[in-house]
Design a protein around this ligand. Structure first.
Ligand code: ZN
Length: 73
């Protein structure tokens, strides 16, 4: 028998934050760009990589589809 008061959904708490897109910045929708504005600013504010397909820049490889490392200054 299940203990009374025990919630089945415990463990997967929703933090009130929207899910982080797990795909390249290059493929974010207009909606995602707006929804994850904060994340977006973090990604592009100190870029270390560039996408040679789209011209986008990011701080991590995973955000770009055709990654090339930016030359260090
Ligand atoms: Zn790209």
């Amino acid at each position: 028998m299940l203990t009374r008061g025990e919630k089945i959904l415990s463990g997967s708490a929703i933090m009130g934050e929207k899910h982080e897109p797990c795909k390249e910045l290059c493929h974010w929708t207009k909606h995602q760009l707006e929804d994850h504005y904060q994340l977006l600013t973090q990604i592009v504010s100190a870029p270390a990589f560039i996408c040679t397909k789209c011209g986008r820049a990011a701080n991590q490889k995973k955000w770009l589809c055709k990654v090339k490392r930016l030359p260090t200054r």
